[in-house]
Ligand binder design. Structure first.
Ligand SMILES: CC(C)(COP(=O)(O)OP(=O)(O)OC[C@H]1O[C@@H](n2cnc3c(N)ncnc32)[C@H](O)[C@@H]1OP(=O)(O)O)[C@@H](O)C(=O)NCCC(=O)NCCS
Length: 180
């Protein structure tokens, strides 16, 4: 899979991404806003395991964010099961040198469009830890609505935090060529 977004792209992970995942992922400022599934420190072995895990997903839903040289982050969906089978959880991260360039906003737009097109989904949701203003902006700019706050749901680095639940439905996404 490959979606080009200007000079960046969303693409499948490659074995050669290990070093860039470690270079950009091994940063406490990145992992602070993520579950402990994204560890700190982030080792080569963690990166190898993640690439294997992503490659084993059927359908493929976990991708690299990259420029033409290297991986610069990750974005993906975890399809839900049981009665939640028409929903998927969205997650993303970007290496700190690439923050505030609008990359995540564009990448979320692209992956949401792709997911509603390719997967049999009605709803895409994301959890955001309190005070992750950048991520809230990314989601709101892409039509996600705040549905609620999960009070003190998160215990991260010794601190309890609230977690916001944001979601967008398929009929809330503007499609190219559609009248607004
Ligand atoms: C969240 C994250 C992906 C955003 O990526 P990004 O490419 O920098 O996002 P964008 O540039 O598209 O947009 C960020 C917006 O937040 C704003 N912003 C950034 N930091 C901010 C802060 N500390 N306070 C307020 N606004 C902030 C930017 O100005 C921008 O808004 P604008 O477009 O209105 O100017 C990135 O910060 C990151 O990887 N963080 C760590 C991991 C993470 O939080 N993942 C998401 C978990 S829900």
């Amino acid at each position: 899979m490959k979606i080009r977004i200007g000079e960046w792209q969303i693409r499948s992970f490659r074995p050669g991404d290990v070093d860039s995942i470690v270079k950009y992922g091994n940063n406490p400022n990145v992992s602070l806003q993520l579950t402990d599934r994204f560890p700190y420190p982030y080792t080569k072995e963690d990166a190898e395991a993640w690439i294997d895990f992503a490659g084993a997903q059927e359908p493929e839903t976990l991708f690299a964010l990259a420029d033409d040289k290297e991986l610069i982050g990750g974005i993906g969906l975890i399809p839900q099961e049981d009665v939640y089978s028409r929903s998927a959880m969205l997650g993303y991260w970007l290496g700190e040198p690439f923050w505030n360039l609008g990359i995540a906003t564009q990448a979320v737009r692209a992956i949401v469009d792709w997911a509603f097109e390719e997967l049999d989904l009605i709803r895409i949701f994301a959890f955001v830890f309190e005070s992750n203003t950048a991520s809230v902006k990314v989601l709101e700019k892409n039509g996600f609505t705040l549905e609620g706050t999960m009070r003190r749901a998160v215990f991260k680095r010794g601190r309890l935090m609230d977690q916001a639940l944001y979601a967008v439905l398929i009929d809330e996404v503007e499609r190219e060529g559609e009248e607004t």
